[in-house]
Design a protein around this ligand. Structure first.
Ligand SMILES: Nc1ncnc2c1ncn2[C@@H]1O[C@H](COP(=O)(O)OP(=O)(O)OP(=O)(O)O)[C@@H](O)[C@H]1O
Length: 232
């Protein structure tokens, strides 16, 4: 079996401690696989559990049952049972998460914000900055902004910096949470190209995209989360 992600019968229930321990079942029976070079898009109405599933795959939300198999350094690791230290190792070497919002350190130049994940994994600073510049140019961030921290950028500019930071890594799995949400048509097309480039590099991706057109452009397969809804 070659799957990079192999989820079977995963489930999640939130316990609302401030509401007297009320149980809020969100998803159950979540089962799907993602092969290298494949982009699976999660679909379903608001509240169906798409973000929760993405967070379970990233190890942010702990599952209450089932298995989240992740191919990590050549072996399958079950993130549903992994120790926190193992989860951190999987994030460092295997899974990248591109969220909608940039959480940048204040006063760090945009070019360094984007180059940082490569430097952290051993790429020389000059080469990492060169590649960061290539991505920023591709995403239409003007060069005059590269030396500035992205905290004052517009929402769409910050999202593009975040995309550059997520896509610069060479991790074999990428989770994309609304990567085109605040982008104009030209930049949405760039993101579609970047996803295509990652597919050709063999990266396995799971994405949430509300835009129907983008969804059909990037999805190799659509997984309807409604069928996993606990209330179903
Ligand atoms: N940390 C949490 N604590 C309590 N409930 C939560 C938590 N995270 C999510 N939920 C609940 O789980 C359900 C699914 O939420 P989730 O964000 O996964 O849905 P979604 O399909 O991604 O929705 P949207 O498309 O609106 O982002 C919602 O009812 C939400 O309130």
């Amino acid at each position: 079996m070659t799957a990079m992600i192999d989820i079977s019968h995963a489930e999640k229930t939130f316990t609302m401690h401030l509401q007297g321990g009320v149980q809020l079942p969100v998803v159950r029976g979540v089962s799907f696989q993602v092969e290298p070079g494949e982009c699976v898009v999660l679909s379903g109405p608001s509240g169906a559990g798409k973000s929760s599933i993405l967070k379970m795959i990233f190890g942010n939300y702990r599952c209450d049952g089932g298995r989240i198999g992740i191919r990590h350094r050549g072996a399958m690791v079950d993130l549903a049972k992994a120790e926190p230290r193992q989860v951190l190792g999987v994030r460092r070497d295997t899974i990248g998460y591109v969220s909608q919002f940039l959480r940048a350190v204040p006063r760090v130049a945009t070019l360094d914000v984007v180059a940082e994940p490569l430097i952290a994994t051993g790429t020389a600073r000059a080469e990492a900055r060169e590649r960061a510049g290539q991505l920023l140019r591709r995403l239409n961030i003007p060069e005059r902004l590269w030396a500035l921290p992205p905290s004052t950028f517009s929402g769409g500019e910050q999202q593009r910096v975040n995309i550059a930071r997520g896509f610069i890594s060479e991790l074999p799995i990428l989770l994309l949470d609304e990567p085109t949400a605040s982008l104009d048509a030209a930049n949405r097309a760039v993101v579609v190209d970047l996803i295509d480039w990652k597919k050709r590099a063999g990266v396995a991706m799971v994405a949430i995209v509300h835009d129907d057109e983008i969804r059909h452009l990037i999805a190799d397969r659509i997984v309807d989360v409604t069928s996993f809804a606990s209330a179903a």
